[in-house]
Design a protein around this ligand. Sequence first.
Ligand SMILES: *Cc1c(COP(=O)(O)O)cnc(C)c1O
Length: 431
Amino acid sequence: MQYYSLSKEYKVSFKDALHQSLAEDKSLFFPEFIPKIEAEFWNTIEKFSNQEIAFKLLQPYIGDEIPEANLKQIIDNTFFFDFPLVEIEKGVFTLELFHGPTLAFKDVGAKFMSECFGYFNTISNQVSTVLVATSGDTGGAVANSFFKTPNINVLILYPKGKVSHIQKLQLTTLGENIHAVEVDGTFDNCQDYVKKAFLDTEMKSLNLTSANSINVARWLPQMVYYAIAYKNLKDKTKPIAISCPSGNFGNICAGIMANQMGLPIHKFIAATNINDTVPNYFETKKYDPKPSQQTISNAMDVGNPSNFVRILEIFNNEFEKLSDKVVSKSYNDEQTKIILKKVYDTTSYLMDPHGAVGYLGLKDFLNANDNYQGIFMETAHPIKFLDVVEPIIGQEIAIPNNIKHLLNKEPIFKEVNDYMELTNVLREINK
Ligand SMILES: *Cc1c(COP(=O)(O)O)cnc(C)c1O
């Protein structure tokens, strides 16, 4: 499979798209075609293991660049945890994506990507530096996934005081090849530093690469759990709507790709917080990015979602086609808090603030389309946002066993206040 840059200037291999993240002309990579999977597979999907489903969906995007046995190993190392589909009300399901090591869906993309890197960099003996800005969850998933990956150094930038306590521990306590810097600013500032470093010719020798969802190897594996959700849905006769709490729109874009490959999903709901650039686009047909605003669903505080161009590409930039398949709506923190508490009080299901935004989007859709059944994605475990969730429900939540060990660790990070300081840290870790 080749990947073209969205400016249509040139094409590269999977390996090069993985290493470069972004095309040289700064546009995103996109597969040269979307492979179709035969109806027989979807009709008999219950027969397949999650790993077999992953192989079926992902292999065409990699072709012969990774031998079958290695790809199967990469898939086994990525899809080793559960993706439960839980019915919380009649016809309303949540797809729990938080059973991985850092309790958020980003574990899937980050792990797949790190495994691919490990594979290629071991063969070529090339050393790469992963540079990543995080508003919270990406950093932890990337840190955990790339921990001890051969020939990879990782530098994570996060905004001071704007990630939760557990998130901070997840990205500052591993050590070895994982480094963290705290930026006195916002997520957008972190992102700007990263972009600047990528453009900086003096940084070229460090083989910088991004682990944000612009990277095809982080984006595409997310298709797999949409298919797993379908497999686990008992009633496959009713039309299906999936609501995805969206920030950079990588997750939902992967779901739409799976649908293009043949996965029967009838409607996608892109639910956002007040960072409503995309919902506004659906209303006005004008794409008007804005600076991000801080909310209680901080992983979705994105004013200019990078993957939205890929969604436009899937639909050939035709608004009619797009709006036939995708709807989008924005919700504020007050609505999110109210629904989080209400669902907890009435069903005892505890959502995290992102999942709650997804739930709001789904319910609005189902109320207007009662022939549908719906799935919303629980993209993170509520414990990651305990500072937000506990006051809303007025109760303490139990800490899952797999993160208890973090709580008595000391965070280790460097403070960075300008771009020069960042380049110093980059040189330091590559010595
Ligand atoms: C990253 C993240 C999102 C947003 O996902 P995108 O792919 O950027 O749209 C939603 N919820 C949680 C918990 C996240 O960490």
